[in-house]
Design a protein around this ligand. Structure first.
Ligand code: PLP
Length: 405
């Protein structure tokens, strides 16, 4: 079969694939614990459901403007004012089919083939493939000290004449790291000085723990003009537990938003009217759900971290936000894909191999599920990896017998 060069260079989304595998095993009746997930388990806000239902009942669900309905753009403007103390106009805003599409369209709008896009490792699985879809070159940056937070010097060293953009995601998927405020300040001014686009992927910015506050990139931007190359991306998926609604957005200069809107208009048109109204409901409704989600996740993080800290042989850094923990299991197996398959096969626990985030030897463990799942999942992993553990483990009625060394 003749396929394009770009199509052949794109791998599948590992995380979406894992969701499918877990669902398939559950359907077979296997007692799977899914610690690979990327979505909160709480319900979508009532206001989102009511607003979307109202629209559905009207029976008039039409095409929308390619950059989003005015009501959603107004809600995004208010969100930007409230959470970033930054005033924007409707022409600075484009609503998309998730933050994923907003980032993809932004990259399509700014990257030429062979140009480079830089992002710290570990990184979200989609960045390299998104860059490749543009014919561009993904360039991960590793912190010199092996930590999850690169220094500005680590980024600077990777910037060359082909570099067009930097993507920053803090709190970070998969590490849960919240980058230091000074790093964000430095990266904003570095990108301004070097005339680079800076995409701030803020999709987890309100899911931040230990009393910390989201870091606001606009605070450090000197260029407030229409030449600003700062692009801020956000969405309803994580903070409102609305992953399936597929609404995200980008805020950027007017020219870039115009070009991004043109691209989106030919790709998908505007996002579904129904789901845009749901996002309006979430953004304009009572916000206590976001706080209670954050508190639940922080509690889950504490439970998980306690269990992991007493797990001999692994190295774990306390996540400052998100619902992921990225632990170093290289003492057990340096091949994270093999290790993740082993854990799935032997104890039916889903984790995500670190190699897909640019760091082999690690596993991403999600704590967006219940405390019960987190606790039981870690116990199963410990049992599977501890050669001194008892030979048998009971999962409900089911007896697992160790048939490996
Ligand atoms: C870092 C990061 N960015 C973007 C997304 C996608 O967000 P959305 O559901 O709004 O497309 C995810 C989802 O896992 C993510 O982890």
């Amino acid at each position: 079969m003749s396929l394009s060069h770009i199509a052949r260079s794109i791998g599948e989304s590992v995380t979406l694939k894992l969701n499918e595998t877990a669902a398939m095993l559950r359907e077979k009746g296997d007692p799977v614990i899914h610690l690979g997930g990327g979505e909160p388990k709480s319900k979508a806000p009532l206001e989102a459901l009511v607003t979307a239902a109202g629209k559905l009942n009207s029976g008039e669900i039409r095409y929308t403007p390619a950059d989003g309905i005015p009501a959603l753009k107004r809600a995004i403007i208010r969100y930007t004012e409230e959470h970033y103390q930054h005033s924007v106009e409707p022409e600075h805003v484009m609503a998309s089919g998730g933050a994923k599409q907003a980032i993809m369209v932004a990259l399509q709008a700014i990257l030429d083939p062979q140009e480079e896009v830089i992002f710290p490792a570990p990184y979200w699985v989609s960045y390299p493939e998104m860059a490749r879809l543009c014919g561009a070159v993904p360039v991960p940056v590793y912190a010199e000290d092996g930590s999850f937070c690169p220094r500005i010097q680590d980024v600077e060293q990777r910037v060359g004449s082909y570099t067009k953009a930097v993507i920053i995601n803090s709190p970070n998927n998969p590490s849960g790291a919240v980058y230091p405020e000074q790093f964000i300040a430095d990266i904003v001014s570095f990108c301004e000085r070097r005339d680079l686009y800076l995409i701030m992927n803020d999709i987890y910015h309100r899911l931040i723990f230990d009393g910390r506050h989201p870091i606001n990139p606009y605070e450090y931007a000197i260029d407030k003009s229409e030449n600003s190359k700062l692009i801020v991306v956000n969405g309803v998926s994580k903070q409102y537990a609305m992953t399936g609604f597929r609404i995200g957005w980008a805020v950027a200069n007017k020219k870039l938003i115009e070009v991004m809107t043109n691209i989106q208009s030919h790709q998908t048109s505007g996002p579904s009217a129904l789901l845009q109204w749901a996002a309006v409901g979430a953004l304009e409704g009572i916000q206590s759900g976001v706080d209670s989600l954050r508190v639940t996740l922080e509690n889950n993080r504490n439970v998980l971290f306690d269990r992991m800290a007493s797990f001999e042989g692994i190295k774990v850094t306390k996540p400052g936000g998100t619902f992921y923990c990225f632990a170093d299991f290289s003492n057990y197996d340096r091949d994270s894909t093999r290790l993740a398959h082993f854990l799935l096969e032997k104890v039916q626990v889903v984790t995500v191999p670190g190699i897909d985030f640019g760091m082999d030897g690690h596993l991403r463990i999600s704590y967006c599920g219940s405390v019960k799942d987190v606790t039981a999942g870690i116990e199963r992993i410990k049992w599977a990896l501890d050669p001194n553990a008892p030979n048998e483990l009971y999962i409900g009625e089911r007896k697992l017998v160790r048939d490996w060394a």
